[in-house]
Design a protein around this ligand. Structure first.
Ligand code: NAD
Ligand code: ZN
Length: 345
């Protein structure tokens, strides 16, 4: 079969690989029908994630059809259409019982990281029963691919950790696929005002279409001064960081109101400054973490009920064997006006 193989920093190939086989009784082999590219794949390709070895198939998002199941798999059979979770988890260990699936003692964040991922014709999913979800009849598969990673990330680490409540004023910094997922899922909790902050005017325009009540363009405006002006000097109830650079975490610390929450979603490659000397007196909660995908069942329900449509994040479509071209587009997202690219097998 063909797979997108990481070949060391800066290098990748659409290469021949052995088709995966059942290794453990809890494994499921899935034939990929749709996959996508994540910002994390770009981080890995740059060499920012040294735990990924050369030879690894990338990708941790996708939908497909079950090809084969191990003897202990109970919930799935060949031919079933499935959504793949970006973390694979046993569902039984101490961390899984706390719903911290990313910290499963026999799994976690391993697809496209420590084991081969979804940017391939076939993928092996460990602990299939707890790491796959049946696809409802007639569901929009492009929308479903957004439930592998970015939508649960936005909901769990941005909105739920940030404790967004009805009527709140919230600010989201970063209008990429993850920030947009925060924007879409925050609306489940009816905040009064959602301010999206980014430097890319095209992404801010899209954010308005997706429900942002206000936007601030970094570069054209000073986000801190603007937020304080908008909130009568109080600041926002929840400041959500969805970029992953020190400057944006810094903005969060300056715009959060007394008693407010800072929810950090971004993955930081460099140390950030934590201004406890200024924050302590404001009674601020700070949270951060790795997505667990424990909200996937809830997201599937809201998707089925038509309450959210993450399919609108898809801007480009390619065939799976055009994946190198898709990486060119996704890797130059601002120039190409790209948000999510779908690869169809
Ligand atoms: P992205 O690069 O596509 O989007 C980032 C956005 O931030 C872009 O629109 C960019 O214009 C904007 N931006 C950059 N610098 C800025 C600045 N100084 N001020 C304002 N805006 C700025 O990234 P993404 O795929 O949306 O992911 C966002 C972050 O979430 C990344 O750090 C990613 O690694 C992280 N992430 C975390 C988890 C988790 O489990 N916590 C899961 C997935 C992704
Ligand atoms: Zn991801």
């Amino acid at each position: 079969m063909k797979a997108l193989v990481y070949q060391g920093p800066g290098q990748k190939a659409w290469a021949d690989k052995d088709k995966p086989e059942i290794q453990k009784p809890t494994d499921v082999i899935v034939k990929i029908t749709k996959t996508t590219i994540c910002g994390t794949d770009l981080h890995i390709l740059k060499g920012d994630v040294p735990t990924v070895d050369a030879g690894r198939t990338l990708g941790h998002e996708g939908v497909g059809v079950v090809e084969a199941v191990g003897a202990a798999v109970e919930n799935f059979k060949p031919g079933d259409a499935v959504l793949i979770s970006c973390v694979t988890s046993c569902g039984k260990c101490a961390n899984c019982k706390r719903q911290l699936y990313a910290h499963c003692s026999d799994g976690g964040w391993i697809l496209g990281h420590l084991i081969d991922g979804t940017q391939a014709e076939y993928v092996r999913i460990p602990h299939g029963d707890n790491s796959l979800y049946p696809i409802p009849d007639g569901a929009d598969e492009e929308a479903l691919v957004m439930l592998s990673d970015i939508m649960p990330t936005g909901l769990e680490i941005g909105v739920q950790y940030g404790n967004v409540k009805p009527g709140d004023t919230i600010a989201i910094i970063g209008a990429g696929p993850v920030g947009m997922s925060v924007l879409l899922t925050a609306q489940f909790y009816s905040p009064g005002r959602i301010v999206m902050i980014d430097m890319d005017p095209a992404r801010l325009e899209l954010a308005k279409q997706f429900g942002a009540t206000d936007t601030i363009q970094v570069g054209a405006d000073d986000p801190v001064a603007k937020i304080l002006e908008m909130t009568g000097g109080l600041g926002v109830d929840v400041a959500i960081e969805a970029v992953g650079v020190p400057a944006t975490f810094d903005i969060c610390q300056k715009i959060v109101s007394a008693g407010g929450n800072i929810a950090n979603v971004g993955v930081h490659g460099a140390p950030v400054q934590l201004h406890i000397e200024e924050l302590w007196i404001k009674n601020i909660n700070i949270s951060m973490g790795l997505v667990s995908t424990n909200t996937t069942p809830m997201l599937l329900k809201t998707l089925n009920a038509g309450k959210v449509n993450p399919g609108k994040l898809v801007t480009h479509r390619f065939k799976l064997d055009e994946i190198l071209e898709a990486y060119e587009v996704f890797g130059n997202a601002a120039r190409e006006k790209a948000m999510k690219v779908i690869l169809n097998a």
